[in-house]
Design a protein around this ligand. Structure first.
Ligand code: ADP
Ligand code: ADP
Length: 229
């Protein structure tokens, strides 16, 4: 009885001659609190799968169930509510609100949730407390991504979905951000699904799912990590 179940997911784009089957039957399960990483070459369907898990896109067949509830069975309004309250999203681009400072951007996330974390505590965990009055354009890329992680995690989401969160950052900053996401996972225990190309992730993840051509090539549990918890 897994927390997150991905079952028989298929997805195509286009029609007729231009129809491409991007996901060709994806099945795997993720336990509560697990840090799961999706790897695979560009075009293998990672973002599409993440969007389907996050209820942003819908599959042609198959289903996603979260804590026993199929997201496909929810009506539009219930799904939107569910997404706002229980899912957190971190993208490659930070999408911060430019005229709100760091603290206010994080508060936007808190406002959406029924049981948010304390904003100041979280800002301290993220190393942003001393920068809380700055606007996004006064921050480095890494600080902007920390703020975007803050906005997503402050909701205390059931699942944090991250799509290439280090894609726009240099090597060292990327490593810092991955470490920070690992710390968040260990400290708060939220389930995390992350798409990344970054190799530094290998020892941090509990589970690594590798896609190729819309199929799962590997689904590896990191035993060392599990036994360390
Ligand atoms: P990845 O994240 O692994 O790079 P994506 O899921 O972004 O892969 O894309 C997989 C394939 O699906 C690509 O060939 C991409 O062009 C195509 N694709 C993704 N989204 C759409 C869309 N909304 N419309 C048409 N094609 C799409
Ligand atoms: P990545 O490969 O890093 O995930 P892409 O540029 O392939 O980034 O895709 C970014 C987003 O754009 C995806 O989430 C997908 O939904 C959308 N997308 C990708 N390819 C297409 C396409 N051919 N047509 C429409 N939307 C697309």
């Amino acid at each position: 009885n897994s927390f997150l179940k991905i079952s028989g997911i298929k997805k195509s784009f286009g029609s007729g001659e231009n129809r491409t089957e991007v996901l060709r039957g994806i099945d795997f399960e993720v336990a509560k609190g697990e840090f799961c990483v999706l790897l695979g070459p560009s075009g293998s369907g990672k973002s599409t799968l993440l969007n389907i898990i996050g209820g942003i896109d819908s599959p042609d067949s198959g289903y996603i169930s979260i804590d026993g509830e199929k997201t496909g069975d929810m009506d539009e309004k219930t799904l939107t509510r569910y997404r706002r309250k229980h899912l957190g999203y971190v993208f490659q681009m930070y999408n911060l609100i430019p005229n709100l400072n760091v603290k206010e951007n994080v508060e936007v996330g808190a406002y959406l949730s029924d049981n948010p974390f304390d904003v100041d505590d979280l800002l301290k965990t993220l190393g942003l407390y001393e920068h809380r009055h700055k606007l996004p354009n006064q921050l480095s890329g890494g600080q902007q991504q920390r703020t975007s992680i803050g906005r997503a995690i402050v909701k205390n989401p059931d699942i944090l979905l991250c799509d290439e969160p280090t894609g726009a950052l240099d090597y060292n900053t990327s490593k810092e951000i991955l470490k920070l996401i690992e710390d968040v996972n260990q400290k708060y225990g939220n389930t995390i699904i992350m798409v990344t190309h970054n190799d530094a992730i290998k020892n941090m993840a509990d589970r690594t799912v590798k896609l190729r051509d819309g199929m799962i090539r590997r689904n590896i549990v990191n035993e060392n990590k599990i036994s360390a918890v």
